[in-house]
Design a protein around this ligand. Structure first.
Ligand code: BEZ
Length: 248
């Protein structure tokens, strides 16, 4: 993946990720004294909320910059590839918001989460579902194609359907308690170029640096009639939310 996270920009331009993911904390229902793993903890905004409920929380993320930001809040956080977790039967719950879709080998992630949980442990998460940001991806690919740049296999994102993800959970040793996909048009009050620069670096970096400003303009022009309403962008997010337990 060709993506670098800048915690300062992330905190000011992507605070909505944690805000909109916060209801997921209720689904996990963390209890005082429990040991919880926050998978893809980012800058630790929700990790801190988990810790505030009296749990011991370990955050992991593949971004050294985001892990440093989480540690700066006084949290325990580690740079870890979630596709190669090495924890063994030591967590009561695993929580993950808006991170799993950055991990192409979701089968390896789920196998590692299963190993990390105690029997009966909970796994609660949310990720982009099939169709997530479909208009944005289509516009990026169309404008890259117009520059003669191939996009086959370029996307860093994996957005599964509920059928696919449910099967993967069950195959990995989980009982699925609930799973649902839903459209969640996501307000973004800044320029779309800011979202693209923060989140779609793999696509943007496929173009030569000199071509990127025009690429951002072209993608924005293409998407404005589709995703811009009443003075703000409404991004075409589709979420997959699930709750599962490790079969004993
Ligand atoms: C998401 O949270 O669905 C998402 C965020 C950035 C890029 C792609 C998807």
């Amino acid at each position: 993946m060709n993506q670098i996270w800048d915690p300062v920009r992330y905190a000011s331009e992507a605070a909505f990720v944690a805000t909109l993911g916060a209801p997921l904390l209720d689904a996990l229902a963390p209890q005082p004294g429990e040991r919880i793993l926050d998978l893809g903890c980012g800058d630790g905004t929700l990790t801190a909320r988990l810790q505030a409920s009296g749990c011991t929380v370990v955050g992991v993320d593949s971004s050294a910059e985001q892990v440093a930001a989480a540690r700066a809040r006084g949290l325990e956080a580690h740079v870890v590839d979630a596709q190669a977790l090495r924890y063994e039967s030591e967590f009561d719950g695993v929580f993950s918001n808006a991170a799993l879709h950055w991990m192409p080998r979701q089968d390896l992630v789920l196998a590692g989460v299963h190993r990390a949980l105690r029997p009966g442990g909970r796994f609660v998460g949310e990720l982009g579902a099939r169709g997530n940001i479909a208009h944005i991806v289509e516009a990026l690919e169309a404008e890259l194609a117009a520059l003669g740049i191939a996009t086959l296999g370029l996307s860093p994102w994996t957005f599964p359907g509920t059928d696919e993800f449910s099967a993967l959970l069950q195959h990995s040793g989980f009982e699925v308690i609930s799973i649902a996909a839903f459209e969640r048009p996501t307000p973004f009050t800044r320029d779309l170029a800011d979202w693209l620069t923060l989140m779609a670096q793999t696509h943007l970096n496929a173009a030569p640096a000199s071509a990127r400003p025009a690429l951002l303009d072209a993608v924005t022009r293409r998407l404005r009639p589709v995703l811009y309403r009443d003075g703000q962008w409404l991004l075409d997010y589709v979420r997959l939310r699930f709750s599962a337990v490790k079969r004993a």
